[in-house]
Design a protein around this ligand. Structure first.
Ligand SMILES: [Fe+2]
Ligand SMILES: [Fe+2]
Length: 95
């Protein structure tokens, strides 16, 4: 994979993450999720890390360990530890 491919991949990932977080935040706001602000702050931190990684890559400072760490934090830690909290809330609220 060359640098152009990597930047394109990070751009695609950023677009997907942005769309996912925006959709999730709209639903959580709509249903009055009590931990919304905390959850949104977690999204903001992940968005910031993704932006930093993309910026560094564009400026020839790709962080080789940064991408797998971010992927792990996004998919495993955030989804497993944070998103499951609102899943239970929404299941109770929408009944
Ligand atoms: Fe989330
Ligand atoms: Fe999510």
């Amino acid at each position: 994979m060359n640098e152009g491919d990597l930047i394109a991949l990070l751009n695609d990932l950023a677009a997907l993450v942005h769309e996912h977080f925006e959709t999730e935040e709209r639903v959580l706001r709509e249903f009055g999720y009590p931990h919304f602000k905390t959850h949104q702050a977690e999204h903001d931190a992940l968005r910031g890390r993704l932006t930093d990684l993309l910026y560094a890559t564009i400026h020839d400072r790709f962080d080789i360990a940064g991408l797998p760490q971010l992927a792990r934090d996004l998919v495993l830690n955030h989804v497993r530890d944070c998103d499951l909290g609102y899943k239970r809330f929404l299941a109770r609220t929408s009944l």
